[in-house]
Design a protein around this ligand. Sequence first.
Ligand code: LMR
Length: 401
Amino acid sequence: MFEHIVEAPPDPILGTALAYKADTNPNKVNLGVGAYRTEEGATYVFPVVAKVDKELAAQTLDKEYLPIDGLPGLKKVTQKLLFGECAAYRGDRICSIQALSGTGALRVGAEFMNRHLPQDWGRTVYLSDPTWGNHKQIFLAAGFAVKTYPYWDQARRCVDMDAMLHTLKFAPKHSIIVLHGCAHNPTGLDPTKDEWQQIVQVIKDNNLIPFIDTAYQGYASGDLDEDAYSLRLFESSGLEFFVAQSFAKNFGLYGERVGMFHIVASSAERAKVVLSQVKPVVRAMYSNPPVHGGRIVERILSDPTLFAEWQQQLKDVAARIHRVRSDLRGGLEAKGTPGSWEHITRQIGMFSYTGLSVAQSERMIDQWHIYMLKNGRISLAGLNHKNIPYVVGAIDDCVRN
Ligand code: LMR
């Protein structure tokens, strides 16, 4: 039965964690998966999350099934975090379900769109070039054709906004446009506020369907409201749209698989009907979401004191990432490594798209035991004062040779 099956390659992102673990070289560095590490290189649990975890454990809560759409109390608090108390929030126009982090929200969204968008709407999804490695397979799995819009300008190491807007202007109407809400993964470069306005306008003019993936609220600028700018702009534009919201990074709840899938609809009545049709999608895929991570997020977002603690801790991790950006750039410049490294501090969020080629990235992995993505992306969370000189030396060697 299985003879014809060919072994698949490891996942390009999650596979780096396994390869790092298996490597016995004492100098190895893990810059692959986007998961926060402390200055000492340790995995990190937000203190406020650890505190709520203990509090929940002491209560010995039941482990009953959740409703298909998750914890009821999670809806309004996660909407408020992302959208603010906007018209859609106040008017109950946002249909929300708890999802298996960002990936789960995207997958449920794709499946819902496949079932319920009109048949003659083409089923084409546009992703940024480049984008997070999992986007393509999520939409392919749901039966969509996947195309790209230009995003990264390799020569200038910035966003190619003219080319992006041009592609969106001429994309067939009703195409789905996947956008990164903030801290674009992998490039770390976001449109400016003015450019976001142009993006919203072209999407509106051309009848496109936005699907916003937001996994780094609070990580980009350290300010939750600032990082929600694009989302709030879409909301105020009057468009209907989809959002995948992850709590993997900004709560450090990677393995708890907690996030939300939101659909902003034109009326409360439409949001209610849409929700009724998202539920059967979820029921057939995984029935209902896990309870623990959702309880942690709900508790923190509902309690002003815990919320303030979380906000401060999030600011602290964003500040450390900011520092290592400067240190990495400074190290390369001090060494006189050929090329410009200014883009490292212009980029934001957890990653730097270094501009290293596939061959150079492979050399970083094979010869220097520095695990990163082959497209040149490094997770800055894995850098610290101890390993930065080693990483700088490795980049210098790979660029020169
Ligand atoms: C990443 O991009 O490293 C993270 O989002 C982890 C993942 O699931 O790929």
